[in-house]
Design a protein around this ligand. Sequence first.
Ligand code: GLN
Length: 305
Amino acid sequence: MMNLSEAIRQVYKNVGNIENEGQLASYIPELANVDPESFGVFISTTDSCQFGVGNCDDKFSIQSIVKVLSLALAYKIKGGELWERVGVEPSGTAFNSLVQLESDNGIPRNPFINAGAIVVADVLLSNLANPRDEFLAFVRNISNNASIDYSPKIAKSEKAVGFRNVALCNFIKDLGNIKNNPCDVLDFYYDLCSIELTCKELSELFLFLANNGRKTADGEVILNTSQTKRINALMQTCGFYDESGQFTFKVGLPGKSGVGGGIIAIYPNKYSIAVWSPKLNSKGNSHKGMKFLEEFSTMAQSSIF
Ligand code: GLN
């Protein structure tokens, strides 16, 4: 098997040469202000190796990648009860779709589509005294990185145009599965999505999911083994919306994307790898990020299947 850093170096070069297809997530105005040519990769392994290339130290908006972390905190607090509020099946629909909610009585198919993440944000609002601060403290502690923060500029930019999320949240409220004021739920949801990280920070933050739910630095248990298995399983089956099957087919690792152009992928017991390239394909997933991970897992023979 090829050395991981050597594979990253070679695939970064190959994918750097393909056409930079796709569109920036300009439906959130602030996300149109990034350099479309940015391209970074960073890997952190459970045995403490790190390697990065390209724009791996530039901050970007992690958007839906945060849904894994908000789910982790809600699952830690509520345990299996959480699945009464949100399902665990792939939706087969776009990340911002409304179509299944009515027939599913307001129970979103999974926590990674917007509808599901909005319900998870509502659960956190009901169970934390200071949700904004406590969520940030949770994330900062996982990665021992006190500089992680929300971006008020990005949250405000999304709020100004978030009509579809307003529709989703109000619809779920009407169906009885949002307990708080929809405006408060959405404000918190936009804050969550606005967090900015570099590829290095993102891969460090997610390493606990490759380490049976424990921090590598001091062994602190963030999630138990069963909870970690289930979060990774959800990333495998639902992490890329209606492209989740393709990601599993081509890459073969649990992962999660965001419309900021980031992707995180996990190899349990080995590593977490973050890729960032802001131009998105028609499913809202990073075009080059998908290509990179497909070629990387193939060249390095590094897939869980
Ligand atoms: N904040 C974005 C939204 O709600 C997140 C979507 C995503 O990254 N897929 O539309």
